[in-house]
Write a protein that binds this ligand. Sequence first.
Ligand SMILES: Cc1cc2nc3c(=O)[nH]c(=O)nc-3n(C[C@H](O)[C@H](O)[C@H](O)COP(=O)(O)OP(=O)(O)OC[C@H]3O[C@@H](n4cnc5c(N)ncnc54)[C@H](O)[C@@H]3O)c2cc1C
Length: 280
Amino acid sequence: MKPAAFRYERPHDVAEVLDLLAENGDEAKILAGGQSLVPMMNFRLARPEVIIDIGAVPGFGEVAMYGEHLKIGTRVRHVDLERPRFKGPLSSLLAVAARHVGHIPIRLRGTFGGSIAHADPAAEWCLLARTLDADVAVASARGERVITAADLFQSAFITSIDDDEMLTEVRLPWLDADWKTGFSEFSRRAGDFAVVAVASAVRLADGRIAEARIGAAGVGATPVRLTGAESALLGQPLGTDAIEAASEVAGDEIDPRSDIHGSAEYRRDLVRALARRALS
Ligand SMILES: Cc1cc2nc3c(=O)[nH]c(=O)nc-3n(C[C@H](O)[C@H](O)[C@H](O)COP(=O)(O)OP(=O)(O)OC[C@H]3O[C@@H](n4cnc5c(N)ncnc54)[C@H](O)[C@@H]3O)c2cc1C
């Protein structure tokens, strides 16, 4: 399979990237790790006229604390998150989720920002960004802005990033030691995209759940927050009864569609089981 003809650009600084995006609008696509874009071009599902390879642009490869957030540069690769650089529940959550992203060759090339910009409804990083209410920073020749994850994911493979904008970094709220995180995924084979995945983060105060964030991927066009399940946990001790009750609510509150990978009812069952595992 070969892609349609395209012009290849390899800018050496971000200003050049933004100029190329401004000049070429929706005819241009950024190439990051290429693990989604290249297959799509080879299958002729995408036919960009201009490819802007950001591989030679310095920076954007850092994982660092940024105030109350952990900022992840757009070019941080999936594999870079497998071994936590900072201790804590957020790093553990990232490390567990990273190991579910495709296979090792994909994790060695694919990038965090590329995954967020691609917005696959089953992607692990999109799920974490939505569950934790990430801020996504984008830049264009017009300036910079920050988009919340809730506003970013519009539909399957559609985001609110404009054609002339480049995603620069994602900021995840830092979770201190009072938080407990969990992640559970079901895919048909190891390395496949998730049929369903669930991520959770709960904050304990005096032995009871003071804050809860639960999200699911693979149950709709975008990752979703399971707000009913979150509410069911508040004020409860983190034990079997609370987990069972919240998992039941999680299965009831989603509205999945049936497809070749499973019926809507099967996905509801998966959400219940995976929510139980993530919270446990
Ligand atoms: C066999 C296989 C299995 C996979 N399994 C999984 C999986 O289980 N889970 C999962 O999440 N992913 C999976 N992937 C996809 C993989 O994670 C990709 O790496 C990721 O989706 C895209 O990242 P990338 O850096 O490769 O981006 P690219 O493929 O280079 O780009 C993807 C899209 O994002 C845009 N883009 C990239 N960077 C930016 C930026 N900075 N600003 C604006 N737009 C940008 C591109 O223009 C393009 O439209 C799999 C891929 C393959 C081939």
